[in-house]
Design a protein around this ligand. Structure first.
Ligand code: SF4
Ligand code: SF4
Length: 752
């Protein structure tokens, strides 16, 4: 609790728009002994010595900096007292316009701007007053990394982890290391000039692992259980006919991929004719020296398979079968594809880049034999980055004929296979006679098939909501690569997304660095991502807990286990400090030292809401997600995209942390409307905490029902999706909402 707060106003950053001496005077008057020091300083960034002197002389335990957004320069102020910020630059002075939409005239600060600034300062003081320095929940931080999977990615992760000074335990389910890379005859170019195949040297990679005394390898092994939390996990591994228990600090998940079921490529002849195979099988045949075909077609167009699946499902639906269960073909009938099949078949599209590079690589290999003719028929040749050079070189290869084509039929005719090609680059349609057809391989992440890690977590042994990611073990492609929905477990390689060998190596290094960062953070008791360095964690007042289990069920990261009665058992190391649990708790028994229900409620109550709606205008509360919406507001302010002076903004960690009581507090206080600004949700969500904004939208429905029952229009509370690049639209969004509230008239509870 900050009981002695120094308040500082930044003349250079906000003094041009506000009368800071007047603001300082009102602060002294209102807060009395709570704020023994109130100063206007020429420039906050130059005043660190002055502030440090005040902290020492006045025994201040809180410092409130009123100036620019904490996102602009918050990192500068590392002081011995708690630091709070009041954003009077971007979200007050720069974004202010008069109630009629006009720009403020030069000279004295307009009254509405002064009221706005006053509210924000008062909200800042009370926020700091109700905040404490968190005690961190540090654990040992075992310096050992568990790598699950001994293929190309896992081997790289193991050697890189050991090179970083960590012990490594590697678990491989097969009887030998190397995984799918053992069946890859040659590698793609891995160095300049990037134009020719290269040996994979998988044997050297394996030797680097088996010869490293800091890496312990378990073959024919599988995970039985992973329990605990980052920094102090216990991994139970089934190996050598028994079970081994190992303490590890973090996990790199490199369990790779399995091939998409053959049935999906059956419409292209796979399984019906031995002369039609997949790229993965062809690679293995090459390694085993079993390829005798002399005319080989690599087909990089799976439209036939995709259309067959769609038509099959459409026919089933037309026959009256409900969409998702149109699966079960009657005996003797051909299998009908279902919705799930359409989702599975997408893995062919996701794997297109890997197959493009892979087919060039395989073609490069077989075309070395002059007696072999190779054809590459592609719909979309997707070669990432510098592999373009490899592609160009293969185009010039005399043994390879490459053309864009729609492959519309593949049929066995006598002792050869005919591939029907339409819309080719040669300007004509043709049928190609070949000895062998190679189709793409769909790389399906192992996590789509089974629980690879076997978490001993209350929410179950697998990663949750895998359908959102088509089975890939990633939680946010946009912002946090390698992060999974389980803190301390970092995915790399094809279990994260289909990737070429060079990309898998990079992934392995990235995931190892994340694992190292996680162990270090756990040993200091702070969060890794996205709130890196945050020492706070949720604290429970169990006396009032009703064991309703909402928090344990809604935590997006499985951080809370529970006992047989349903009392939550927190694991602070797994926690990402999003606050979703405290947003969920109906008893309001969860809090963070520096972020809690009472604190935000007090800020809401601190706003002066005028009684005369007509004369003094409405008041609108905005609860803005600090990850995207808040910076978008800052950028809008910087670009002078002003918005209504009737709104008051409070940043929240995530919309998932919004507790319904805050909305009730606002409505009882007399606010006329509440805007909830958060990230996009749904299948292609952008929420940093995965489900926070989605959960909030569900809670909002309950709030709307309650408002309705009380005779208050539910439209007074609305949630909006705002991306970080939505800064040009955000002021119109706010003004639109304010306009609708003005039309609706005052909150019926105003003044009660
Ligand atoms: S909901 Fe968020 S804050 Fe609460 S325990 Fe889970 S990760 Fe931590
Ligand atoms: S949501 Fe609150 S009341 Fe319900 S189990 Fe969790 S802590 Fe207890």
């Amino acid at each position: 609790m900050a009981g002695k707060i120094g308040v500082y106003f930044d003349q250079q950053n906000i003094g041009g728009g506000l009368d800071l001496e007047a603001l300082a005077a009102q602060t002294r008057e209102k807060w009395g002994d709570v704020t023994p020091v109130v100063r206007v300083v020429p420039l906050l960034a130059d005043s660190l010595d002055v502030i440090a002197g005040d902290i020492a002389a006045q025994s201040l335990n809180g410092v409130l900096l009123c100036g620019s957004s904490p996102r602009a320069d918050g990192d500068l102020y590392r002081l011995s007292a708690q630091v709070g910020h009041v954003n009077l630059r971007e979200q007050c002075v720069l974004s202010y316009k008069n109630a009629d939409g006009s720009a403020p005239a030069c000279g004295d600060a307009p009254e509405l701007l002064t009221l706005l600034a006053r509210d924000y300062v008062n909200m800042g003081v009370v926020r700091l007053q109700k905040s404490e320095n968190p005690d961190s929940a540090a654990v040992t931080g075992v310096k050992r990394i568990l790598v699950i999977g001994g293929g190309w990615t896992g081997l790289t992760a193991a050697t890189e982890g050991a090179a970083c000074g960590y012990e490594v335990v590697l678990v491989e389910k097969a009887g030998r290391l190397g995984g799918a890379a053992n069946d890859i005859p040659v590698g793609s170019p891995l160095e300049s000039p990037w134009t020719d195949k290269q040996p994979t040297n998988i044997a050297d990679k394996i030797k680097a692992v088996t010869g490293n005394s800091n890496i312990r390898v378990y073959l024919n092994a599988r995970m039985e259980k992973l329990e605990g939390q980052p920094g102090e996990f216990t991994a139970s591994i089934a190996a050598d006919g028994g079970s081994v228990s190992v303490e590890v600090g973090a996990v790199v998940l490199a369990s790779g991929w399995t091939a998409l079921d053959d049935k999906y490529l059956a419409p292209m002849g796979l399984g019906k004719c031995p002369k039609i195979t997949t790229a993965a099988r062809f690679g293995k045949q090459l390694v085993d020296g079993e390829v005798t075909a002399r005319r080989i077609a690599f087909v990089l167009d799976t439209t036939m398979a995709e259309e067959a699946a769609q038509n099959s499902m459409r026919d089933a639906v037309l026959q009256g079968q409900p969409e998702p269960v149109a699966a079960q073909a009657k005996e003797g009938e051909e299998k009908v594809f279902i919705k799930e099949d359409l989702e599975n078949i997408r893995h062919l599209a996701y794997s297109n880049a890997v197959n493009s590079v892979g087919m060039l690589r395989l073609a490069n290999s077989v075309a070395a034999n002059e007696a072999t003719q190779v054809f590459i028929l592609y719909k979309n040749m997707t070669v990432p980055g510098i592999f373009e050079r490899f592609y160009k070189k293969m185009q010039e290869h005399l043994g390879i004929m490459m053309t864009k084509a729609d492959v519309t039929g593949i049929a066995e005719v006598g002792d050869h296979v005919v591939v029907e090609c339409k819309n080719t680059l040669l300007g004509m349609d043709f049928d190609l006679d070949v000895d062998l057809v190679v189709l793409p391989t769909g790389l399906v992440p192992t996590t789509a098939k089974e629980a690879v890690v076997e978490f001993a977590y209350r929410q179950g042994p697998d990663f949750p909501d895998m359908e959102l990611f088509d089975g890939f073990a990633d939680s946010n492609y946009i912002c946090f690569p390698y992060e999974t929905r389980r803190t301390g477990v970092y995915a790399a390689g094809c279990v994260r997304q289909p990737q070429t060998l060079d990309a898998c190596e990079e992934d392995a290094r990235g995931a190892v660095l994340k694992a190292a960062q996680c162990i270090d953070s756990a040993s200091r008791g702070v969060a890794v991502h996205p709130r890196s360095g945050d020492a706070s964690y949720p604290v429970f007042n169990f006396v009032r807990c009703t064991q309703c289990k909402r928090c344990t069920e809604e935590c997006p990261f499985g951080a809370l286990d529970d006992d047989e009665k349903g009392t939550p058992k927190p694991n602070p190391g797994r926690c990402r400090r999003c606050g979703t649990c405290f947003g969920a708790c109906p008893e309001r028994v969860i809090s963070f030292a520096d972020y809690n229900i009472d604190q935000i409620g007090s800020m809401i109550r601190e706003v002066v809401v005028p009684k005369d709606f007509k004369k003094e205008g409405p008041r609108i509360l905005i609860l803005a997600c600090e990850n995207d919406a808040y910076p978008a507001l800052d950028m809008a302010g910087m670009r002078r995209k002003a918005w209504s002076p009737y709104v008051r903004i409070i940043p929240v960690r995530c919309l998932g942390s919004v507790n319904a009581i805050w909305v009730s507090d606002a409505m009882s206080k007399g606010f006329d409307g509440v805007m909830l600004l958060g990230c996009k949700y749904g299948g292609d969500y952008q929420c940093h905490f995965v489900k926070g904004s989605e959960i909030c939208s569900k809670r909002k429905e309950n709030i709307a029902e309650t408002l309705n029952r009380l005779g208050v229009q539910p439209e007074r509370v609305e949630q909006f999706e705002v991306a970080i690049d939505g800064y040009d639209a955000i002021s119109d969004l706010i003004d639109g909402f304010v306009g609708r509230i003005i039309e609706m008239g005052p909150n019926p509870f105003k003044g009660m």
